[in-house]
Every structure is written in structure tokens, then in C-alpha cells.
Design a protein around this ligand. Structure first.
Ligand code: ADP
Ligand code: MG
Length: 253
């Protein structure tokens, strides 16, 4: 478990070019979004995002709120490299993701980004252990190591006693814990969570939120949480509000 805990590195000292002189703490911009627009050209064209610009420093924890359809999931998917912008630029740790090949984007996603979804997205026929081990296995890690690592990750989310259970045999909160363990497989510096408490009762939602805060504190990861829940938003030091695909507010507490 100790190997998992690490301090947030501050690369500014080594790489002064990364410093963002506008931020008082001299933290580097880990996620930089510059005039990003996204439209979907189906039967009817939908403009989901309009010239979004946003900088997120390494180690920040922020919530993204806004009415349904305001573009929150679209923004998260673009940051996570699941989709590409129609215009504008997204840099993750200085890398312009539009310039990456599909293979390079897959590697960036795997190594730098952990996704947590509202409906957990676990594979129903695999045990907790196998769900968490899958991304490690796909990377070619030997079985003994994947087993040890999956065990360690499930311990971190306090599910070390449910290794062989199938998702169906778990409560919603426990399933989300498994999904969080899976998201942490490669120690990602960025965690993206799309309504992680949206499908949970309020007590369980609060527990999952506490776990995410705890991981943020222990890992120094940068965390973006899309949420409908005012309590979740209020627990984050920064809240970005989207409305009609634009940034309508960006408030730090
Ligand atoms: P939110 O997460 O804030 O509810 P979304 O980002 O899911 O909003 O959606 C923003 C807008 O983009 C909505 O009008 C939605 O219908 C549209 N949209 C999202 N994904 C797609 C898609 N794959 N194809 C077409 N339209 C989409
Ligand atoms: Mg959404």
C-alpha cells in the first residue's frame, strides 16, 4: 500500500517553462483547454461546447456543474481523450492531444487518466479482482503482478474482502469502489469522474465522495468531478459552471 502513496511532484522547479505566472502558487497547468468547441454532426447538428477555455493546475480538485445537456460529459470526454474537439486545443501535461496518433492517445489515456462513471461500467461476468486486473493484464503485466496489484487497489478502496465477488453481488457503493480501484490501476495523475454519486443514495454517495477526497489527498491527483449534487460541488475548492456549452462561472472557495 505504501508504494501507492506518493506526493504530488512539482515539476516547476525543473521546468520553469511550465510555470503559469498568473497563478499565485506557481503551479503548472496540467490540463490546458484553449478555445475548445465541439459539435456533433448527426442528422441534426448539435453544438455541445463553444470556445471553452480552462486551465487546471496539477493537484487541483474541481467540480463541473450545469444543467443537463450543458456539455459537462462532452468536456470530460474530450479531456480524457475519448473524443476529439471540433476546434481548439487541449494539452495534457504539455502534450497537445490533437497531435497524438490513436495509439499515442490510448497510451496517454491509460497512463495518465483514470475514469469513474455514473453507472460504474464494470464487466458483469468478471469478479472484482478480474475487473481491476483487466487493464493491467491488457498492458501485458504478468499474472502474479496483476493479482498483487489488484489486491492492493481493492484494499485501498476497502474491498479487500470481496475479491471473488461478481458486480451483481455487490451494492452500488461497492461497485463504484471497484470502478475506482480500476481507475487507479496505473497511478493516474488525473482522475475524471462523471456523476460518480449520481446513481447512489445520499449516504453511499457521501462515502464515495469521501473516498475520492481521500485519494486526492493521498495521491496528489488532479480530480475533476462532474456533478448535479450541490453538496458534491461545494466540497471541491473550485467549481466551474457550464451553461449552453460555455463557461458561465469559475469560482474558487
Ligand atoms: P451533460 O453531460 O451536461 O448533460 P452532454 O455533454 O452529455 O451534457 O451533452 C451536451 C449536448 O451534446 C447535448 O445537447 C447532447 O444531446 C449532445 N450530445 C452529447 N453527445 C452526443 C453525441 N454523441 N451525438 C450527438 N449529440 C450529442
Ligand atoms: Mg452528462
Amino acid at each position: 500500500m505504501v508504494s501507492f502513496v506518493r506526493k504530488a511532484a512539482n515539476p516547476d522547479a525543473k521546468n520553469p517553462k511550465r510555470c503559469n505566472s498568473q497563478t499565485p502558487l506557481l503551479r503548472w497547468s496540467l490540463i490546458s483547454i484553449d478555445a475548445v468547441s465541439k459539435s456533433f454532426d448527426g442528422k441534426r447538428k448539435v453544438t455541445a461546447l463553444v470556445e471553452i477555455s480552462l486551465d487546471v493546475s496539477g493537484g487541483e480538485m474541481l467540480s463541473i456543474v450545469g444543467p443537463s445537456g450543458s456539455g459537462k460529459s462532452t468536456l470530460l470526454n474530450l479531456i480524457g481523450g475519448l473524443d476529439r474537439p471540433s476546434a481548439g486545443e487541449i494539452r495534457i501535461d504539455g502534450q497537445n492531444i490533437a497531435r497524438l496518433s490513436d495509439d499515442e492517445l490510448t497510451h496517454l489515456r491509460r497512463d495518465k487518466i483514470g475514469f469513474i462513471f455514473q453507472f460504474f461500467n464494470l464487466l458483469p461476468s468478471l469478479s472484482c479482482m478480474e475487473n481491476v486486473a483487466l487493464p493491467l493484464h491488457l498492458k501485458g503485466m504478468p499474472k502474479r503482478e496483476t493479482t498483487a496489484r489488484a489486491r492492493e487497489l481493492l484494499d485501498i478502496v476497502q474491498l479487500g474482502h470481496r475479491l471473488d465477488h461478481l458486480p451483481d453481488e455487490l451494492s452500488g457503493g461497492e461497485r463504484q469502489r471497484v470502478a475506482i480501484a480500476r481507475a487507479l490501476a496505473f497511478h493516474p495523475p488525473i482522475l475524471l469522474a462523471d456523476e460518480p454519486t449520481g446513481n447512489l443514495d445520499s449516504h453511499t454517495g457521501a462515502e464515495i465522495l469521501k473516498l475520492i477526497h481521500d485519494l486526492h489527498g493521498r495521491m496528489g491527483a488532479t480530480v475533476l468531478i462532474v456533478t448535479h449534487d450541490a453538496g458534491v460541488a461545494a466540497s471541491c475548492p473550485r467549481t466551474v459552471t457550464l451553461r449552453d456549452g460555455r463557461v458561465a462561472g469559475d469560482v474558487r472557495q
